[in-house]
Write a protein that binds this ligand. Sequence first.
Ligand code: B12
Length: 442
Amino acid sequence: MKIGLLAMSGVRAYDKKLTDFGLTLPGFVERSKVIASLPSLGLLYLAAVTPPGHELRYFEAEGDLREPAEIYDCDLVAISTFSAQSFEAYAIADRLRARGIKVAVGGLHATALPEEAIDRADYVVAGEGEHAWPQVVAAAERGAGSRIFRAIEFGPVDVKRLPIPRYDLLEDRPYNRFTVQTTRGCPWHCEFCASTVMLSSRYRKRPVADVVRDIRAILAVRPGAFIEFADDNTFVDKEWGKELCGAIAPLGIKWFTETDVTVGEDSELLALMHKSGCRQVLIGLESPGREALEGIELRKNRKAMWNDRYAHAIDAIQSHGITVNGCFILGLDGHDESIFSEVLEFSLARSLYEVQITVLTAFPGTPLYNRLLKAGRIIEPGRWDLCTLFDVNYLPSPITPDELRSGLYWLAEHLYSSETTRRRRQGFFEQIKGARRATLAS
Ligand code: B12
């Protein structure tokens, strides 16, 4: 069969005012360029486990009616979708199916809502794809009728035996950033999280040698590529983290990852991270003060417990020459109108090199969505296209949706202005210089 792998690409925001003015601001432009240039790792894993004898092609669509014409030559198309572009993905699936092409849909959104997805696809995979996908291919070959494949039926995916994602399928594409997973899942359980924790609740670390193998495969396709670890939380296990950094250091790469604030407490690890090419860590700080963090991490209230470590952690990380991309969620319960200036002040005071601001988003399948729906606080239930992290689709408390929106505009304008960006970044360079002076003096 000819099998097409269709990634939905680009960034999404419904709010026209934010896109019109927000996306022209320096911080937004930088991040959205970066963001738009990542391939779909999930599809590259599917390609790697596709049984032999099929022809595979990787495609991208930026939205409804944006699928490439060549995709209509396929017999089976695998579409990977997050919530924000699920309607666009379904519209493409409708057109493909109208032409007799079998369509399989998977990813985080289909995992949360497989019954919704099966209305618009022949096959749906809920959960990790590695074991289910070969079954989907076999079903399509047989011309079998529609079915939801639940990953759980096919046994757990052992991350110690993952194949090399088929990065070679991207050879003729202009990507300069590639993703690699070093871990899957996260041991913490935040109410709003709609990330890999949706696929499997277990936190799993991959063998370091396999990560090195995968990075080498990327470098063979694109020498000098920037590497993004598509992890939820890389450095939960600090000793394993040190082993990882030691192993990737000789590759001479530059890399980025997502992790939590505890990484700031291990200066040996931070030194190894920097030495191995880590240029930025993204950390979900969520809110500058403790109050709004209470109860967010459902297991041990970790987000609130860690709040008093923020200042030290950011300083320690940045002093090692690794920039922090501090992420804040606006509109958490308890955030009033003062939150916008608080985030601005915190970002300046702590010299956050990069700051990401998003609004609280209730993704389907999350405890947050269920709580807000029950409380009648979802404004338009089922509007998954608003799950962009920038659009307001719930009733915040104590502020109103309009106050949240105007606060977001105000903060974006001030946080990403050339002057504030310069001041934040200047602070980072001073932190590095301070650390160097301290080393020389000791
Ligand atoms: C890389 C990334 C991107 C890339 C995606 C590239 C691409 N075309 O796929 C880019 C930069 C484009 C991107 C964009 C957006 N992203 Co993003 N992104 C990530 C990130 C960092 C890693 C995702 C990843 O690679 N995971 C690893 C792979 C292996 O897992 P996977 O994709 O789930 O695939 C597995 C299974 O789901 C399944 N599978 C997946 N697809 C399919 C298809 C079939 C047919 C089958 C059988 C199986 C299957 O098999 C795979 C292997 O087991 C996550 C955060 C994180 N740390 O995970 C956020 C994340 C996925 N993004 C998120 C969001 C909100 C967005 C945006 C809406 C932001 C915006 N405003 O624009 C846009 C969406 C628009 C778009 N075009 O997709 C949310 C999604 C939440 C949700 N449930 O919808 C996440 C979780 C971050 C968050 N803050 O919550 N993102």
